[in-house]
Ligand binder design. Structure first.
Ligand code: TMP
Ligand code: ASP
Length: 239
């Protein structure tokens, strides 16, 4: 297969094969979507920032012993990753009430949760990515109960690591979404991306939102917020 032939296109990324069967090339797009694709825009430079930010997070997780699919960045908007078979679940960890949790349970935005909570959503655009419990996951055979337990454990570990790291950068990790895949040997690996598209970050002094909520809620200065995250994580300034 030609290495230029698109294997998969999602809302924010494209996947291409490489000469190595076990390695894929990810292209981060500038497209931004929200509300299951209902709201759309092209934000020039978002792809580059998310590629760079994801790289920094994955490298940080490597240092803390978390295994993942990221191999290396090969250009401003491209990275190489290990080929995995994606488990069709979005694993969300929350520390503070925001977004859909506020709508579902009626807590005020900003309420500190007494402990982090983990939620699973079925990656299915046709159904609008519904919340799933462990019985639903087993019923649909989306993952084994071992995999569910393991994803939960890794997600909480990533939360502990990133919460501390971000605190040092003056940021609150409100919540985030992870995806996992299984490699050919059956090992569960953290996959997808970790970026302001998939996390909520608030400035810990002003409470300013520095993530995709700026786009979802029409708060303006979306790219400036992503740039701010990149710089706080040690990335170079593009100013
Ligand atoms: P939620 O509050 O809308 O359920 O989002 C929880 C977290 O998951 C938030 O950090 C944003 C992230 N997220 C995604 O990465 N992709 C999605 O499709 C959705 C709905 C949320
Ligand atoms: N990524 C999702 C979409 O495009 C939702 C979101 O992040 O709010 O609809």
């Amino acid at each position: 297969m030609s290495t230029d032939s698109l294997l998969y296109e999602g809302k924010a990324k494209q996947l291409f094969p490489t000469d190595d069967l076990q390695v894929l090339r990810v292209v981060y797009k500038d497209s931004a979507t929200a509300f299951n694709g209902e709201k759309k825009a092209e934000l020039e430079g978002k792809g580059v920032l998310n590629n760079q930010i994801s790289k920094l997070f994955f490298d940080y997780l490597t240092k803390h012993g978390v295994e993942h699919h990221f191999i290396e960045m090969i250009s401003d908007y491209e990275q190489l990753v290990k080929r995995v078979s994606i488990i069709p679940l979005e694993v969300v960890v929350r520390n503070i009430a925001a977004g859909s949790l506020v709508k579902r349970v009626g807590l005020a935005e900003g309420t500190q949760l007494s402990r982090p909570i983990v939620e699973f959503y079925y990656k299915n655009d046709g159904l609008g990515d519904p919340l799933m419990n462990q019985d639903h996951i087993a019923m649909l055979e989306l993952a084994t109960s071992d995999q569910v337990g393991h994803m939960r454990q890794i997600a909480l570990q990533v939360n502990d690591i990133l919460q501390l790291y971000l605190e040092q950068k003056g940021l609150v990790l409100v919540d985030f979404k992870l995806e996992f895949g299984v490699d050919p040997s059956g090992t569960l690996l953290l996959a997808d991306e970790i970026s302001p598209d998939t996390c909520r970050f608030w400035d810990n002094v002003t409470g300013k939102k520095l993530d995709k909520d700026r786009f979802r809620q029409d708060l303006g200065n979306v790219l400036e917020a992503y740039q701010e995250i990149y710089q706080r994580l040690g990335g170079a300034s593009h100013a």
